[in-house]
Design a protein around this ligand. Structure first.
Ligand code: ZN
Length: 151
């Protein structure tokens, strides 16, 4: 299942990426361009109820509520989304690219020295090059997901 989130749903898009779901998001996307993404097989997520008039489709979900965590929880329940901890953190939070493990050697000089010397495993976004490591932020996010969704 692949998604596209409208410009009101940037935080929800990040959560979906964190769970491993391919989720397009751009704050610069026009309504028309956004609607086209449904034809490419994506499920559209929107906060904009007026968009329903432009497109009656089973590919469009109007997301309710302002809290991204509540939005996520509702979506997981609605679509009965499969949550596999092995898929968590497989996509870049920034650009939706796939994240793959890289040799520690290869990130020397690309991350702060204290990070490099303090960690053994690193991953890199194959699309934008952002480097990830198992830090407190990831662990915190993982715990938050587990608590929220009872994984
Ligand atoms: Zn990226």
């Amino acid at each position: 299942m692949r998604f596209a989130a409208d410009r009101m749903l940037g935080k929800l898009a990040k959560w979906l990426r964190m769970l491993g779901y391919d989720t397009l998001y751009s704050s610069a996307l026009s309504d028309d361009r956004f609607l086209e993404l449904a034809e490419q097989g994506r499920i559209l997520l929107s906060r904009n109820t007026r968009i329903v008039d432009k497109m009656a489709s089973n590919r469009l979900i109007i997301v309710k509520g302002n809290d991204p965590k509540i939005q996520l929880k509702g979506l997981v329940r609605l679509l009965d989304l499969r949550l596999d901890p092995n898929d968590f953190f497989s996509r870049c939070m920034v650009c939706n690219g796939l994240i793959e493990p890289v040799e520690r050697q290869d990130v020397a000089g690309k991350v702060p020295d204290h990070i490099w010397s303090g960690h053994d495993s690193f991953s890199e976004c194959t699309s934008c090059g952002k480097i990830y490591w198992p830090g407190s932020h990831l662990e915190r996010s993982r715990r938050e997901i587990e608590r929220l969704l009872s994984v």
